[in-house]
Design a protein around this ligand. Sequence first.
Ligand code: HDE
Length: 691
Amino acid sequence: MRGSDHMKKTTQLPDLDAGGAPHQTTEDGYDTLTTKNGTPVSDSQNHLKAGPRGPMLMDDFAFREKMFHFDHERIPERVVHARGYGMKGYFELTDSLSDLTDAKILSEIGKKTEAFMRISTVAGNKGSPDLARDVRGFAVKMYTDEGNWDLVGNNIPVFFIQDAIKFPDLIHAAKPEPHSGFPQAQTAHDNFWDFISLSPEAMHMVMWIMSDRAIPRSLRFMEGFGVHTFRLIKDGKSTFVKFHWKPKYGMQSVMWNEAVKINGADPDYHRRDIFNSIDKGDFPEWELGVQIFDQDFADNFEFDVLDATKLIPEEVVPVRIIGRLVLDKNVDNFFAETEQVAFCTSNVPPGIGFSNDPLLQGRNFSYLDTQLKRLGGPNFQHIPVNRPRCPMHNFQQDGHMAMENPTTRANYEPNSWGPDEGGPRENPKAGYKFYEQPLEGPALKIRPESFADHYSQARQFYISQTKVEQMHMQDALCFELSKVGKVAIRELMVAHLHNIDDGLAKAVAQGLGMKLPKPAKTAAETKMDIAPSDALSMLKNPPKSFASRTLGILVADESDAGRVKGLQAAMKKLGANVAVIAPTVGGVDLDDGTHLPADEQVGGGPSVLYDAVAVIVSKAGGKTLAAMPAAKDFVSDAHAHKKFVAHDDGAMLLFEAAGLGEMMTTGYFGVDALVNGFADALPALRCWDRG
Ligand code: HDE
């Protein structure tokens, strides 16, 4: 390892297909199967035996290697956020923050930076259903020219706890109960609500997870938040910042009754949706927004900006849009990328820094630590999905699965070798510089006084919601607390709600069949006159179009071809999708003799999977469907879930069989308005005023 021929600073993983003569292909043109050692395999259907019915011979190295590898296929799943889905794309800056930060990714307008995103649920295991009521992880890795920037956020802007030391307790309480091992991917159990009822700091977050934000219709239709206050640093000067992701297609959630059914009909609903939309070129996209504020604002704001159970309303500090994230590629391999991606909150480029938020401080330790266990060693940055795209040079070496070791003569510093053999050196000019925060004070295990108000922003969230959204929250609380066996836990929870809003507490007490308890003791006075913030409500900020949503059209043989095609054309104009649902997956013959293939048979394509529905059938078709329970569920669910419904006359037989005849008042579009009137109504997504 001496001499000037070692100019390269790192060794590289060889290209797996490079070098060596290619193996012969099989007679029918396939690559030859080999062991990992490269030895061609002649038979992978039978192991080597002593005689046709004899015992196994250990000589069969190909068998042993195949089984050995299989036995070690699993790595530990993430302790939280185990179920996730990854996508690739880029971040593009549209407005420069070069006056506030040294970070190049936030300075050069038009610059595109490669990005990887993983969205996840928190509580469930890797195989749990997508539509669990839960927070969604919203983790973005941006491979900047100055090292990876991991913005590891959630779809909710606040968190349950104020100090990282509580995280293991929170997660233990939320996960399946240790004695029984269930429930899976559910907070509706005693241990969770026991912990929450004894942690008043969680009340603001409780409002969010009991809202429809916790059951998104699509991962593409939800906001993301960096949650903590971070710093932007420019020439040693710091400004505070909170990061927001705004979805291009607006926000949309499902109803709880839909979530329950979707989990059965398609437990992979969210990942299928995002995979399919990228696959067909309808790329998920978010705008990156920032709330920027200075120390003076922080000192005067009515809550502590270091407290992750609080947010800054957009009405107080507006969100400035500075860029966009476009996901235009699915992963090539789920395990290699989505499973092995390792996010670390401590991954920040020069110009972005941390605040003293006690949750963020703890996270900066935890994420690096967890990767060691999950990925089996300290070289997880060598895995392609984690590898910085900019050059990296350092003296770290060896360890499990080292792919890139220093190849210079010196593997230490200081050293007296020249640039070719002496390896890298610190760079005081370009290197990361921490904000020089003045620090003093006694070492204390203490929660600051300024973190003590646990109810005011919970109230703000609740009173900012529409009546419909408030009702959904009441229902969610009744559902969750009804699954709690210990009555004292229910009572304490309702006592907390009593501090947030009288009406909420009364509705939940009534729903649980209990007396309204006195309000729980508070550590600080609740600001009962806190102003609502409209930005917190999804229904007050509806999407502007039906684009990227899906219309489910239920058909049968002899359906009117003109109407079906009219609807298909109208959806195309709206940028929406169509799914055809038929009595069998073989499809139907329309009245003009053309054959219409089906996407789903009616039992496999319940209306909960679609954003609006149409039933286009002849009288005979209506009669056929009226005899099918799944078809009756299709329309009665669409009705109960307040979806817009287009239909022709033949469909009336089905509606009547489902008991809907008299109830078809709002949101139904008969033959006259079947295409245009219907298409105009769809952007509203649901007719909430249907009784
Ligand atoms: Fe995490 N969190 N977290 N978290 N978190 C993990 O890291 C942790 C918190 C978030 O798709 C773990 O690689 C602590 C807040 C996301 O791979 C672990 C605390 C927010 C993901 C961990 C928090 C998050 C994780 C598990 C309290 C939103 C998935 C596996 C101080 C701002 C990332 C892993 C992915 C994952 C620790 C709280 C978001 C154990 C100690 C607040 C999106 O390290």
